[in-house]
Design a protein around this ligand. Structure first.
Ligand code: 6PG
Length: 251
């Protein structure tokens, strides 16, 4: 695992975008398949990407998928897709054919109906991913999985206590937010570990203990597990998130 620490959240965003552009530049195939995470942290990185790297990015080569989605509609304030449209996709020359959103919405009125809808969306989206993303050894292999980590050590929407999602054979499974009970459609552990590269974007002091665990050797939670077992893991953190680790480089 390589840890890059930057002096501010904006510099961290720039560091990640510049590294992504290098990875895309080196990629031998015309198309580069990225799975994006949501939450709050990527918003600034998306703004920086759209505003400072508009010309430098070969947008036509990119295909966007999601690591996880909250079970809400695309215009709901908690939608990861909606956030990405606001901060990135509405500002850059990307066609709808390059964007594959998870459909978090459901008309179901009760708990059982919402669970069934989330499971059905996991199956639909997994088939879409199998169709769109190149397979290696029968498993879709994203060129880049971009992850965040929660203060509780979760990543994707694989929360502590729901570690079965790390080892299931399903590509996507239903994660449940432990506090709100909100259902999430979540990329599971095996396809994350199978990706060519995994990048974590972590800013703010709340993430410092999680990054410390990721740097350590014990699989204390889902983010630490992914950090220890995925192929090529690079962490982009600001100095607050990186306060308890030894970086490879401070920029
Ligand atoms: C989500 C995510 C999730 C996120 C972490 C960090 O839907 O919430 O994709 O895995 O990366 O929860 O979230 P913050 O950036 O909001 O701290």
């Amino acid at each position: 695992m390589t840890i890059h620490i930057f002096k501010s959240a904006t510099d961290t965003a720039r560091g990640l975008v510049e590294q992504m552009l290098e990875w895309v530049g080196e990629h031998p195939e015309p198309t580069f398949h990225i799975a994006l995470s949501g939450g709050n942290t990527p918003a600034l990185m998306f703004d920086v990407w759209a505003e400072e790297y508009l010309e430098a990015t070969p947008w036509e080569r990119l295909r966007f998928y999601w690591v996880d989605e909250r079970c809400v509609g695309p215009t709901h304030p908690e939608s990861n897709y909606g956030m990405t449209v606001t901060h990135l996709l509405s500002k850059v020359p990307v066609n709808p054919e390059q964007v594959f959103r998870i459909q978090g919405e459901t008309a179901a009125q009760d708990e059982a109906g919402r669970q069934a809808a989330a499971e059905a969306e996991c199956r639909r989206y997994a088939s879409l991913i199998r169709r769109e993303v190149p397979l290696k050894e029968s498993m879709p292999m994203f060129d880049l999985v971009l992850l965040g980590a929660g203060d509780d050590g979760h990543t994707s929407s694989i929360f502590p206590g729901q570690e079965a999602l790390l080892t299931t054979d399903e590509l996507y499974a239903v994660g449940i937010h432990p506090v709100s009970g909100q259902k999430r459609v979540a990329l599971t552990g095996k396809p994350i570990l199978h990706a060519s590269r995994v990048a974590f974007l972590m800013t703010g002091s709340g993430k410092a203990p999680v990054l410390k665990d990721m740097e350590g050797t014990a699989d204390t939670g889902p983010a630490a597990y992914v950090a220890h077992h995925a192929h090529e893991v690079t962490v982009f953190a600001d100095d607050a998130a990186g306060a308890q680790v030894s970086p490879i480089a401070i920029t």
